[in-house]
Write a protein that binds this ligand. Sequence first.
Ligand SMILES: Nc1ncnc2c1ncn2[C@@H]1O[C@H](COP(=O)(O)OP(=O)(O)OP(=O)(O)O)[C@@H](O)[C@H]1O
Length: 345
Amino acid sequence: MSEQTQKRQVGVCLLCGLPGSGKSTLARSLSSGNSRKKFAVIPYDNIITAEAILTSLWKQHRQHLLENLEQFFLALLNFSTLGAPESSSTDGTWYHFVQSLEEQGLISSVRSHTDNLHYTVMISETDSVCLVLDDNFYYQSMRYEVYQLARKYSLGFCQLYLHCPVEICLQRNKERPVPVPEDTIRHMEKKIEKPNPEKNSWEQNSLTLDSSQHITAENERIIQLINQAMANPLRPLQEDSEIKEIDRTITAANILHQADQNLRRYISDTMKMVKGAVSAYDLRAIALEFQSAKAKVLEDLRQSMSEKNLQPINDSKSTDILAIFKEQTNHIVQRYVNKEKNCYS
Ligand SMILES: Nc1ncnc2c1ncn2[C@@H]1O[C@H](COP(=O)(O)OP(=O)(O)OP(=O)(O)O)[C@@H](O)[C@H]1O
């Protein structure tokens, strides 16, 4: 497809749950299904090796895996080849990443003498693609970084939490050729932060399933969750300029609010003084004081606005403030005139 008019639907489905809860089993079931949607499984355990997990470089490896994912998103969205990120030479994450995609038949290396870091995506351009991230994702922060990446590229995003009683996970784990240490699973059970859509609005596309039972890709709720996420991609963060404009509006509102408060205080003080005034001289002094207070509020307002490079006069709130000034000044002048009349009558 040389001239792309239609964007490909790309989505991410995070699988989370304790070791032994059945994430990899479900991921396999998804990728072997025969729907029009292509599932690309990203098996974190195979990509970030056990040795890396035991070292302090673990976080760095996760970061590199995110960069790899970003490259894959770009290749899928732009219908381009998959290229290695700059960090690819620093550890084996990229190697394991592309190896896993190659094994699934999703990419194929570009044969070139000069460039062995590019791969052709072997997915039909008309197919939508859902990346299934197979990891425990037991901290909310681990999921949030994927969410941010998905939002950056306006992808579909959903989470599937496989809930399975720890004793069942331990039992299944024991029967594996290379079991995870029991303490690790028990520790994780205490630490795991399940998706919490009530607290985190970004986790609203989450589903909890009881995985002590057999779960397959044909599960209606899973199909619905993924379809819905793909059909409703995340809205990307607004452009920098839009964010700056919002900040400017907030700053302007704060400055105007402050000026408004000062003005109301001056008016209230002035009105008290007007009530207590006994002579025309008092009133004249009060009126002069109010005039200079008003001028000071306006001057402070003008200065704060200009320091922040804002235009108060165009803002409806500043117009309100000026209207209050006018109204209150008229009011005081009227009282002043009335009192003066009384003094001389
Ligand atoms: N619903 C199920 N019923 C019975 N056994 C299951 C079920 N799901 C998975 N198993 C078995 O439990 C073991 C662990 O499953 P699996 O590898 O899918 O778990 P996992 O959540 O991916 O674990 P890990 O986080 O360690 O990768 C496997 O031997 C698998 O066959």
